[in-house]
Design a protein around this ligand. Structure first.
Ligand SMILES: C[S@@+](CC[C@H](N)C(=O)[O-])C[C@H]1O[C@@H](n2cnc3c(N)ncnc32)[C@H](O)[C@@H]1O
Length: 272
């Protein structure tokens, strides 16, 4: 059965081997092509459909149903974008702009799995917040992860088109967002386009800045004095965002690179 792994490319085979080991509770080195491990029918029945999903190109995180992000494991499935390691710098930049000395109120626009807002609330025990998403399925995942990680008592879930559904009086110390920013025609890995939700990826009007502009404009009435807006951006989009920010009345505070040295997170503040 494990010869199945040999047919894949190396990276998929390595991922599949790790996966098999985890499912069977074995060390990775025990799962090799010359392994003498005898699998029961039950184990094979459990593994085979999952391995076939991997072989067909479905991302490992969806097949496994969870992915590590920042300090926690997040449940994940096709209802939300898979949290990317790149996005951890977004969490770091947010945390550097906050101190947990006083109660804080945070907003995540487009929460998906909840990886950003849940990581923030977990790191800031006195903070509470709101997670907005337009997709019910994404909010269900945010809710599940908030419960598992123990921050659900401090997180309100809101199905809304950007900030439109927020209570007019609601104010925040920090708004974070990793909104859709892919324009149609932009190159994406095949498994991304095939398996991840298009509503999490694509803008709808051909403008990569579509959601950033909307969020910046709609956020204005929801920002406490000195509040910070932190965005994740696509590769090489920092100049576009700086321009859009300026047009919307914000100044760039800081840019932060991800582990591939690509500017990935940008903090902004309203120009006084
Ligand atoms: C790029 S994903 C980010 C998910 C998560 N925050 C992360 O960083 O992995 C964008 C999210 O925005 C949500 N979204 C798309 N359009 C939206 C809208 N008009 N209003 C609110 N959320 C929206 C999508 O459903 C998706 O969950």
């Amino acid at each position: 059965m494990l010869s199945f792994l040999e047919d894949n490319d190396q990276a998929t085979a390595a991922a599949a081997r790790n996966f098999v080991a985890r499912v069977l509770g074995l060390a990775t080195h025990e799962i090799s092509l010359d392994s003498k491990v005898e699998l029961s029918h039950e184990q094979i029945g459990k593994l085979l459909p999952l391995l076939q999903r991997l072989q067909s190109g479905e991302p490992l995180a969806y097949v496994e149903g969870s992915v590590g992000f920042y300090k926690h494991d997040f449940a994940i499935d096709s209802r939300a974008l898979i949290p990317r390691a790149d996005s951890e710098v977004v969490v770091e930049l947010c945390l550097e702009n906050l101190t947990d000395k006083s109660p804080l109120r945070l907003l995540d626009v487009g929460s998906g799995s909840g990886c950003l807002i849940v990581s923030l609330l977990s790191a800031l025990p006195r903070a509470d917040g709101v997670a907005i998403d337009i997709e019910v399925g994404a909010l269900e995942l945010t809710s599940l992860n908030a419960k598992t990680i123990g921050v659900d008592q401090r997180l309100q879930l809101l199905r809304s088109d950007c900030l439109a559904g927020l209570d007019a009086a609601d104010r925040f110390d920090l708004i974070v967002s990793n909104p859709p920013y892919i324009t149609h025609g932009e190159e994406l890995g095949p498994s991304v386009a095939e398996y991840e939700p298009h509503s999490a990826l694509f803008v709808t009007n051909g403008d990569a800045m579509q959601f950033y502009r909307r969020i910046m404009i709609e956020a204005k009435v929801h920002l406490l004095p000195k509040a910070v807006l932190v965005f994740e951006i696509g590769a090489n989009r920092q100049d576009d965002l700086a321009l859009a920010a300026n047009e919307c009345g914000y100044q760039v505070l800081e840019q932060r690179k991800d582990m591939c040295s690509i500017v990935r997170a940008i903090s902004l503040q309203l120009i006084a």
